[in-house]
Design a protein around this ligand. Sequence first.
Ligand code: IFM
Length: 474
Amino acid sequence: MMSTSSPVTPASKPFLWGAASAAYQVEGGIYTDQRGRSVWDYYLDDLSLAGPGISGAIAINFYEREQYLQDIALLQQWGINSYRFSMAWSRILPDGLGVVNPAAIKHYRQFILDLKAAGIEPMLTLYHWDMPLALARAGGWSNRESIDWFTRYAEVVFANFADLVELFVLVNEPLVEHAFTMVANERIAGQASQLAILPAEHQLVSALNAFNHILLASAAAKRSFQAKGYQGRLGVALPLMPTLTLEGASEQDKVAARLADGVLNRWFLDALYKGSYPADVLAVVAQSGLELSIQPDDAATIQAAQWDYLGVNYYAPMFIRHRATAQGAYTPEVFLPEGTYAAFNGPVRPDQFLALLTRLQTEYGNPVVMITENGAGFPNEDQLVNGAVHDTQRSRYLVGHIQAMQQARAQGANVQGYHVWSSHDNLEWLSGYDSRFGMIYVDFDTQQRIPKQSASIYARLIKGETVTEADCNL
Ligand code: IFM
């Protein structure tokens, strides 16, 4: 049964206009305040998987109060009233499980108070991929015990921050995290592997098992929050990607695209809102003779947590076709049609953002939606020339996508917040520092900040001004 529970947000709450970042990508200070090691320290510092010298050791120095206060002042100037950031699990619990680190609690409480003093509400992400190293070594999300590990961490976070924070994102983008784990493992094994968001057939079972554990862990944390009587709204942030075929696609292409949708989107949405996993995906796994370690009532347990909102990270749709060389029933192949206008994260298609929000409305009971990430980076776009960065493509991207979101809202979609990824240029995981996504240009050598053209365009949109894509052309 689909959940049709009505939104818990009173209509009087203001729309959230925000920006987002994540601990490992911005904080630096990896040895400050007794922080423990995370799996990303291992990937980048120990193994140089993003290239020589590329590390989160300094990042954009956001852990330092003097620095982040200047950044908050910039966000405040644009009219932002929500900031989505993540906590590093290995700061709060340096070994992942044991002793709580008071210095980290003190730091994040101060950060939240500083945001609030600027009129900006915190949106706190508990987990944005920086698994404590000891837990990653114990199997990470592939180990069903991860449900208990995460619940313990979440309980520490709730006990220390629920008095200051109303909006919690429990986990960010399980799908993309899994893709990074796969590519990191393959590179460690000496293969020249590239990031592939859609799991390959040989990774499908490990991916689906890990996703199930992540959703169960989130549900357990949500239950604990409710049981302890805290007030607040909890959800997970999913990287939703409409799957597209070319015009004139064959029946086999369409079947492949539907299956890819099952793995990328319905696997999560059906569990959260329908209490079941998609039958077509389960059937393909069974046909391949593979076995999932999912227990019969797992999906029902996930739905029963009753999510306060759905976090949507939207960047791009994904083009899919049938892979002629596929051996089994799992045949989707990702491709980029020739001549497609694309950003780092895929084709630029605001129409698909509208289609996605409409789909959530019609197929999933119109849940409260928070856009937890939307944004873009383009090769060679962010050039500092005469002290300014004219990121016209990013500006146009934001205008087009915000228009699409507003159209969806006008048609009844229950979208209550929007966060640009990202406030700042930062460490883009295995792509290092060259893939910039920020509205604030960061000189990574000097830590100088320069707001880009997109920041002023976003400020105008927040004010409710009419801004067209043409207004972004310089
Ligand atoms: O930088 C990432 C972020 O960590 C997760 N979502 C997508 C962003 C841009 O690729």
